[in-house]
Ligand binder design. Structure first.
Ligand SMILES: *Cc1c(COP(=O)(O)O)cnc(C)c1O
Length: 415
């Protein structure tokens, strides 16, 4: 891949593009929702399919000239069905939020009731935050994690469902380090005759590889993003039982979107194909092993992890016990200067604000993609702690940055 043509045409954009490539090469991407796609996915995403209109679905389009578009979309669908064992797949949602919107539009009327996890406890805007269309359109109440254990309080969730009588229960999160008891959600949903939506946006890749439990076949609807742990480029996906297929397809197009982004769907097809290779299972296991190693080392240094550890690709650090005067934002900013990019995050029982919260969230999907193993992640934990202990010390930041440079040289990306 080269940006030579962009450079001739548009130096300002070319500078930003090559700057971004350099940034990804030279820093550690530890935002838990990020990853690095392969050169093949990049190439597919920048293909001429960006020019093609293909409203409709394979073999049922509203436009001519869709033969290759049909091939690409059908490959993405077939591979997704195989990866996750789903009966029906829609690969057109432009993002994870649009995937959730597709399910809501398919099954709910405005004013219907959604029961979902509180955003501050690890939920997502599209699960019904007041600032999001879901919060504005539906009647939303929220369940919580147990503030003592950091695990979803399944019993309280079920009691809440019985009291609120939701039309749909949403499970699956953005900042939750533990596996999920999908059956407990199924039982709660059945008890009140509600649909169950499992939003596996963060863990699509882990579920596909079998290193995180799968809601497919348990939940009525499974939504996901395609750019996080599954490494198939920016986008969303919906899976469901065959019986809901027509409703879901009609809700995505024409219900909530126009023509599909076929260049993105080409990226999905290529990324899903890569994930069907047995090597992807090793990758996903490495992601989880790395997060565990990272988390254990952070704990050895005295940091507190929400839920006491992780089963997934991320750890959530609550700074209040070990560093009561340091906020997540302080740490995020100092770490970025040192070349480690992660995000400040709210923690259960948050006592600061969403903008300047008390925690940090750190993920390992992108590190594992560039080849980091457990030892390398333990070293990253040591570097993070150096900065957490000395957030305002420029000397420390600069020493950590030097070590990050050595690590990124050792594990290069996009050369
Ligand atoms: C990331 C994420 C999404 C999708 O986000 P988009 O930015 O719209 O792709 C949806 N749900 C959860 C739980 C997420 O973490």
């Amino acid at each position: 891949m080269s940006y030579d043509t962009v450079r001739e045409q548009d130096p300002a954009v070319a500078d930003a593009l090559s700057g971004e490539r350099r940034r990804q090469n030279d820093t550690l991407a530890m935002i838990a929702s990020e990853n690095h796609v392969s050169e093949a996915v990049l190439e597919a995403q920048s293909s001429e399919l960006t020019n093609k209109y293909a409203e409709g679905y394979p073999d049922e389009r509203y436009y001519g000239g869709c033969g290759h578009a049909d091939t690409v979309e059908q490959l993405a669908i077939d591979r997704a069905e195989e990866l996750w064992g789903a009966e029906h797949v829609n690969v057109q949602p432009h993002s994870g939020t649009q995937a959730n919107m597709g399910v809501y539009l398919a099954m709910l009327e405005p004013g219907d009731r959604i029961l979902s996890l509180e955003l501050e406890h690890g939920g997502h805007l599209s699960h019904g935050h007041p600032a999001n269309f879901a919060g504005k359109t539906y009647d939303v109440e929220q369940y919580h994690v147990d503030p003592e254990t950091g695990y979803v309080d399944y019993e309280a969730m079920r009691e809440h469902a019985e009291a609120f009588d939701p039309h749909i229960i949403v499970a699956g999160y953005s900042a939750y380090p533990r596996d999920i008891d999908w059956e407990a959600f199924r039982e709660a949903a059945d008890a009140v005759d509600a649909y169950l939506l499992a939003d596996i946006a963060h863990v699509t890749g882990l579920v596909a590889a079998g290193v995180h439990s799968s809601p497919v076949g348990i939940a009525d609807f499974v939504t996901g993003s395609t750019h996080k742990t599954i490494r198939a480029g920016r986008g969303g996906i919906i899976m469901c039982h065959e019986g809901y297929a027509d409703d879901v397809d009609a809700a995505v197009f024409p219900g909530g979107q126009g023509g599909p982004l076929l260049h993105n769907i080409a990226g999905k097809a290529v990324g899903f194909g890569e994930a069907l290779d047995p090597a992807f299972e090793e990758y996903a296991q490495q992601v989880v092993d790395n997060a565990e190693a990272l988390g254990e080392r952070l704990q050895e240094h005295g940091l507190s992890l929400v839920s006491g550890g992780t089963d997934t690709h991320l750890v959530l650090v609550d700074l209040r016990d070990s560093h009561p005067d340091t906020t997540g934002k302080d740490v995020e900013e100092s770490l970025e200067e040192a070349g480690i990019v992660l995000n400040a995050n709210t923690v259960p029982g948050e006592t600061r604000s969403a903008f300047n919260p008390s925690g940090i969230r750190a993920g390992t999907p992108a590190l594992a993609t560039r080849g980091f193993d457990e030892d390398a992640c333990r070293e990253v934990a040591d570097l993070i702690v150096e900065v957490v202990d000395n957030p305002d010390d420029k000397q420390v930041t600069s020493e950590v940055d030097d070590r990050v440079d050595e690590l990124t040289d050792e594990y290069p990306m996009y050369e």
